[in-house]
Design a protein around this ligand. Structure first.
Ligand code: AMP
Length: 252
């Protein structure tokens, strides 16, 4: 049975009642798709109990439009959680999670300022802060993150290490649609033409001989390239298709 908990105190109590169990944690912003489902399945298979959080975290949005238009599909999400026999959905509100009204935050001073951080000031402060809160409330054995958000995953891994948190960070491979597009909740906001262009990104990243070549090819398709760079055997990209910001990365 899947239980929905809204309060921090209820989650702390649930955790105390299950002290001797291994706990898998999957943080999400909802609008669940197969990418999220792969994390849920992995958590279920590796832990006694699994908890999913669904929370559209306002402190990580620096664009009001992106925040207000973020897709919300609660009934669908609940069904998915039940299908995967997720034990708990944690669905807090802002006042529960931010009793200090975001006066305290986690700030990383290096990697969070480049790539997506350069275009989205404060984005990773919001991400790291909310993840630290979740990890402290839930105290999971394992927490599952997608490689799709590679910069986020790296920063979370380093935060966990820096603050000696007792959670194991598990990275999960990118799930794509049949045409190679990395699944994302934001894809539902693309129209048919935009989708076709977005679907080119993965093959361009994979087949180009350099990041510069990939950038030129994407520009020719009429999209705005926020960045395409090679770092440590990985090609990382962010593009805007219309107003929709998409990210992807491939091993090179
Ligand atoms: P989000 O709801 O977008 O914040 O994502 C929640 C988690 O799911 C993050 O760890 C993401 O990296 C992961 N995720 C999102 N899309 C995918 C995907 N296509 N494949 C694998 N993991 C994903």
């Amino acid at each position: 049975m899947t239980v929905v908990l809204n309060s921090v105190q209820d989650v702390i109590t649930w955790r105390k009642q299950n002290q001797s169990n291994t706990i898998g944690f999957v943080p999400t912003m909802g609008a669940l798709h197969n990418g999220h489902e792969s994390l849920l399945a992995r958590s279920k298979s590796e832990n006694d109990l699994s908890i999913l959080s669904i929370y559209i975290n306002p402190t990580q949005f620096n664009n009001v439009d992106d925040f207000t238009k973020y897709p919300k599909t609660w009934d669908h999400d609940l069904k998915i959680a039940r299908n995967h026999n997720i034990d708990v959905i944690f669905k807090p509100n802002y006042d529960e999670l931010y009793p200090d009204n975001y006066k305290f935050k986690v700030i990383e001073s290096d990697f969070s300022h480049i790539l997506c951080g350069a275009d989205r000031p404060g984005h990773f402060d919001g991400v790291l802060t909310v993840v630290l809160k979740f990890l402290n409330i839930i105290r999971p054995t394992n927490a599952y993150f997608g490689e799709k958000d590679f910069q986020q995953l790296t920063l979370i891994r380093n935060m966990v290490k820096s603050f000696f948190l007792p959670t194991h960070v598990v990275e999960c491979p990118i799930i794509r649609n049949a045409n190679g597009l990395a699944l994302s909740s934001r894809n539902s906001r693309l129209n048919a033409d935009e989708l076709q262009v977005a679907e080119k990104l993965n093959s361009v990243l994979t087949l180009s001989k350099s990041a510069t070549e990939a950038k030129i090819k994407m520009n020719e398709l009429g999209v705005t390239v926020n960045y395409i760079v090679d770092i440590d055997n990985r090609r990382l990209a962010s593009i805007n298709v219309g107003p929709i910001r998409l990210i992807d990365n491939v091993k090179i």
